[in-house]
Ligand binder design. Structure first.
Ligand code: SAH
Length: 394
């Protein structure tokens, strides 16, 4: 259906911007805007090519380099109604793809056609993040909270604020905290493993839900003595513990390890937690010939921008070299990268080079990504960020 006329401000984009949209992407950079009506921060705009042919309706940011995020090929005037509809669709999609967990991502921004809104469910608490001017407006916030309340009936809705994002979007700073209800902590269970959740603490919105399906696959291969490096609150360590003779988790964050220890108690598991810089610890352990049967590497994103790619690959290689050296024959390596800028082929090349340098035979068991509740849109490469490779090492 061709887009109909609307009263939204009109923004014309360059042929380069148009090519991007025609390829199915939803972003237009500020440098690809050629002319614009006055468009208020966070408003709905109609995007057209040079000759005025409309592409559809988008959300406008007055400050981000990503000035335009397309919403629809149609003409939209009622944003709150559209957001409500898309939240319902995102929730319905999760019903078809999420199993064995009461913690999962309900809404994942562009991947659910709601650019700038992330909602994670931790059992009866919802944790949301708002990343764009349009979603931060009072009317959209109200629509989001009311739709989530109606659909999920949570005990509480919390907001996790990323101050850096608010600065980039020139939004006034605001604290993280409760938006609805009074409950701030709960417990959740994924793949039969129990976790504590505290909405006011922790990194990201609380847990690394994107690894949920990878935990379940790691369980199928893990054995013997296991080392979970960058363990955070123990996601991999707790999952593999029933299948391993001993498990050690390593992280530099003491608060994360304290929760990890509580999680171990909750699951009646004995796990050794070590607070250390993983690079130093692996160096020590590798040079003192410590050996393991299962090693997990799940570091933070080393490449925040494209420019960091080389240094990120060097860091990944250092970690993987050491882990490969420390695996007994028949050992299992679970190695991850959550840097979008390190592509899957870059990551596999790095791993191949590490295998060569250590004279190990590395057999790929699985090349995986993020759990399906963090959908990947085929036409938006940026929605695919997590790599998780499982390999058998001889
Ligand atoms: N595997 C975890 C998620 C890891 S996130 C899970 O499944 O839940 C990355 C973790 O690396 C964070 O917990 C962070 O505290 C830790 N970290 C960052 N830099 C580190 C370093 N140099 N040494 C050890 N841990 C580090």
């Amino acid at each position: 259906m061709p887009p109909t006329k609307s009263a939204n401000p009109i923004i014309k984009i360059s042929p380069r911007g148009a090519t991007r949209l025609k390829a199915g992407h939803v972003w237009v950079y500020r440098s690809d805007i050629t002319s614009t009506d006055v468009a208020p921060a966070g408003s709905l705009v109609t995007v057209t090519d040079q000759r005025g042919k409309p592409f559809g309706t988008a959300l406008y940011s007055s400050s981000s380099q990503i000035a335009i995020r397309m919403l629809s090929r149609d003409s939209i005037s009622d944003l709150p109604a559209l957001i409500r509809e898309r939240i319902r669709a995102a929730i319905a999609y999760r019903r078809t793809i999420v199993r064995d967990t009461d913690a999962y991502r309900l809404v994942f921004s562009e991947a659910d056609l709601i650019p700038g809104l992330i909602v994670d469910r931790y059992n009866d608490i919802l944790s949301l993040q708002i990343l764009t001017q349009a979603i931060d407006t009072d009317i959209v916030r109200e629509a989001v909270i009311s739709e989530l309340t109606e659909q999920i009936r949570p005990a509480a809705i919390m907001e996790r604020v990323d101050p850096r994002v608010r600065e980039l979007e020139t939004l006034p700073s605001r604290p993280s905290g409760l938006l609805e209800g009074t409950k701030t902590s709960t417990g959740f269970t994924m793949n039969g493993v129990h976790f504590h959740y505290d909405g006011l603490e922790g990194q990201k919105t609380g847990a690394f839900l994107d690894q949920r399906e990878n935990y379940a696959v790691a369980v199928q291969h893990a054995h013997g003595e296991a080392l979970d490096v960058f363990c955070y609150q123990g996601g991999f360590a707790l999952h593999v513990a029933p299948h391993c003779s001993a498990v050690t988790g390593v992280d530099s964050s003491r608060p994360a390890l304290e929760v990890a220890d509580q999680n171990a108690a909750l699951n009646q598991r004995e796990i050794e937690w070590i607070e250390a810089n993983a690079f130093d610890l692996l160096k020590d352990y590798a040079s003192s010939n410590r050996l393991y049967d299962t090693i997990v590497l799940d570091p933070p994103a080393f490449a925040k921008t494209k420019r960091d790619l080389d240094s990120a690959l060097r860091a990944y290689k250092e970690l993987n070299l050491r882990a490969l050296k420390m695996l007994r024959p028949g050992g299992i390596l679970v190695t991850c990268s959550c840097s979008y800028h390190v592509g899957q082929s870059d990551f596999l090349e790095m791993l191949a080079a590490a295998a060569l340098d250590t004279h190990r035979t590395v057999r790929l068991l699985e090349i995986r990504g993020q759990a399906k509740d963090h959908p990947v849109l085929l036409n938006i490469p940026e929605t695919a960020y997590l790599k998780c490779v499982l390999a058998a090492v001889n």
